[in-house]
Design a protein around this ligand. Sequence first.
Ligand SMILES: Nc1ncnc2c1ncn2[C@@H]1O[C@H](COP(=O)(O)OP(=O)(O)OP(=O)(O)O)[C@@H](O)[C@H]1O
Ligand SMILES: [Mg+2]
Length: 291
Amino acid sequence: MTRNNVNDSAAGNTACGASGSSRMTSRLQDTMIENSLRKIRHTLIFMSGKGGVGKSSMSANIAVALAQRKLRVGLMDVDLHGPSLAGMMGVEGLLEITGDRFAIPKPFNQNLGVVSMQSLMPEPDQAVIWQGPAKTGVIRQFIADVQWGELDFLIVDAPPGTGDEPLSVAQTVPDAKAVIVTTPQDVALSDVRKSIGFCRVVHLEILGLVENMGPFPCPCCGKRIEIFKHGGGEITALQMGIPFLGTVPFDPQVVEASDSGIPAFGGAAFASFSEAITRCVDRILGGLSDA
Ligand SMILES: Nc1ncnc2c1ncn2[C@@H]1O[C@H](COP(=O)(O)OP(=O)(O)OP(=O)(O)O)[C@@H](O)[C@H]1O
Ligand SMILES: [Mg+2]
């Protein structure tokens, strides 16, 4: 099965089901998507089987680390029901729209722009109540109707699980690659295996696995603390035959940083965390043939 097959059936876009005008609109959107993707060198989707393991934190901090290397980066939040990237990146307000109706990513810095559902909602606490096809439509618009420009990396933050959002990204961006995020404990790792299975079914190449919230030294006595155990990510990656991108330690101050809209990477107080993110970025770049 090709990704396009999946696309057609999942989005209900079969030729016999679509009216003439909706077929034309969809073709026009296909062209706009192709135009956007032509300018994007790599798309990485951060996903996990389990919620709360740090997909948004890893995608945000890795995006910042890539941008610091003078790479042009877009950060796209497809967690449509629970967007958190705008808050974590400290970008506020609604997206601006150009005269020819393209949305402009919210600039985090010169090399990094952010698009999140949060930046499209006039009411921040408004709930998004959408089913599959509507979500696919918005994700396609996030590519077609956003002025991403020339990008080295489009980093996509997905909600947990193997539902509409990662599927829509896999269908819309044929050469997207997955970065799977997990914590080291067994319950998260069993969900990782489902994510790996999902990627294999939809032909989404897996760039590797990041183990987040790994061991860290106690801030008071320096004793090693393993909140979620340790090492499970690397063992799972080995067992499942995918690259291991590294362990990022738990750091209590990271919670504070992300709540205040300042990604921890590069901050003076986050040396171990930043070193770990740097190692992951090195391995990500090493895993791409033309990075
Ligand atoms: N290495 C870390 N050390 C300490 N706290 C962390 C770390 N990584 C993430 N966190 C915190 O854990 C919480 C969950 O992280 P995050 O929102 O990134 O997870 P998620 O997988 O994106 O969640 P969801 O499934 O809800 O989208 C946040 O409060 C975040 O600040
Ligand atoms: Mg998240």
